[in-house]
Design a protein around this ligand. Structure first.
Ligand code: GLY
Length: 381
């Protein structure tokens, strides 16, 4: 009897990671990507910051723990990737830490408050005077009054990671269909059975939806409240700033020097629907705020203006796991943490799909937290 493949909708960082891990577990996988992989998803235009400590939001402890767990899995994930690629380079994990800098007295209060919160969850950093911060990063502006050093954060070259994941997916026998828009998911008796593209149906043993911010374009499923949140970013020719030792952030901007001569300045957070247009305002502000922290930015050549669509759920946490429809799985809503959460998402979904094993304490990230609410409302009315 023919073995139908597991179908993944979306060939970005999450779709490729999940697909590759399923292949490693012996499951045949086909990815259907709306545009082309791996360049069109949010991950290509990300900054590759693996920074749970810097990004930790108030009252987001569960997300913080999840992000930390995923960071801890990164070395294993990259080792496995090295086993499966020959042509492209597997990116290095840089354990660089973050330096959060304060330019105004408001910024200083913000840093202190942020550090108090981090200390309360066991991940406090070290407050530095401006001069101490400049000893660590000589290119910081004399305007930097204080800084918070967070040692646990890391970074990776997101573009190299995506290239490596694509090669690993193909080398493991994965099939990639590009420029393929999935119109509909077909379920019968509460079980997902097939996808439909331009009237043609393709049978499947299971479906994982990793379509990021484009999930709303697929009918036959609940789009679990995902909305696109646009981020614009500037890439400068990094040299001589490639010598930056840390991820640098102020409350208004972040700066990440990559190992391929890109110096990334990001990112706007915009509610614009599905629009990836580059606009003057955010670009101007980001450049200004980056210059405020590192004046040398003024001299550098712009190599690329980028934008991406972060897939955001209503609670800004990811949505990972099986749904109310049997054999239909979600891996979306990664919002600001797609690159960081790729290892954990791929292992968690593999465990659930292949071994029927759900991660402990994972309910907070399950699709049911949205779909059940819809049901309750339907029952009442
Ligand atoms: N994680 C960085 C961003 O979403 O801009």
């Amino acid at each position: 009897m023919k073995e139908y493949p597991h179908i993944i909708i979306g060939g970005g960082i999450i779709g490729l990671s999940v697909g590759w891990q399923l292949l490693r577990a012996g499951i045949p996988v086909e990815i259907y990507e709306e545009y082309s992989a791996p360049r069109s998803g949010a991950g290509w235009n990300a900054a590759g910051m693996l920074a749970p400590q810097a990004e930790a939001g108030y009252e987001e402890e569960a997300l913080f723990n999840l992000c930390n767990q995923s960071l801890a899995l990164y070395e294993k994930f990259l080792e496995e990737l090295s086993e499966d690629v020959q042509k492209v380079v597997v990116p290095k994990l840089y354990k660089c830490g973050s330096l959060l800098v304060a330019v105004t007295s408001d910024d200083i209060k913000t840093l202190e408050r942020q550090n108090n919160f981090r200390t309360s969850i066991g991940y406090g950093g070290k407050m530095l005077r401006g001069s101490e911060a400049r000893e660590r990063e000589p290119l910081l502006s004399p305007k930097v009054k204080q800084a918070l050093y967070l040692e646990h954060d890391a970074q990776i070259n997101n573009r190299k990671l995506l290239e490596a994941l694509l090669e690993a997916f193909i080398n493991r026998g994965g099939i990639l269909h590009e420029h393929s828009h999935v119109d509909r998911i077909i379920s019968r008796n509460g079980i997902a059975e097939a996808i439909e593209i331009q009237g043609e149906q393709f049978q499947t043993s299971g479906i994982s939806v990793a379509a990021g911010a484009l999930i709303g374009k697929i009918s036959g499923i609940d789009s679990v409240g995902i909305r696109p949140v646009k981020g614009q970013m500037i890439s400068l020719k990094g040299d001589p700033l490639s010598q930056l030792q840390h991820l640098i952030r102020s409350p208004r901007v972040y700066i990440a020097a990559k190992d391929d001569d890109r110096l990334l300045i990001g990112a706007s957070v915009e509610e614009q629907g599905i629009s990836r247009s580059i606009t003057a305002g955010p670009i101007m502000e980001l450049l200004h705020y980056a210059w405020e922290v590192i004046p040398l930015v003024y001299e550098l050549e712009i190599s690329e203006l980028q934008s991406g669509l972060r897939p955001a759920s209503r609670d800004h946490c990811p949505i990972i796991g099986g749904s109310d429809i049997e054999k239909l799985f979600y891996a979306t809503g990664h919002y600001r943490n797609g690159i960081l959460l790729a290892p954990l998402t791929s292992y968690a979904l593999r465990n659930e799909i292949v071994y029927g094993k759900k991660m402990e304490r994972f309910e907070e990230f399950s699709p049911q937290r949205f779909t059940n609410k819809t049901k309750i409302v339907e029952e009442i009315v």
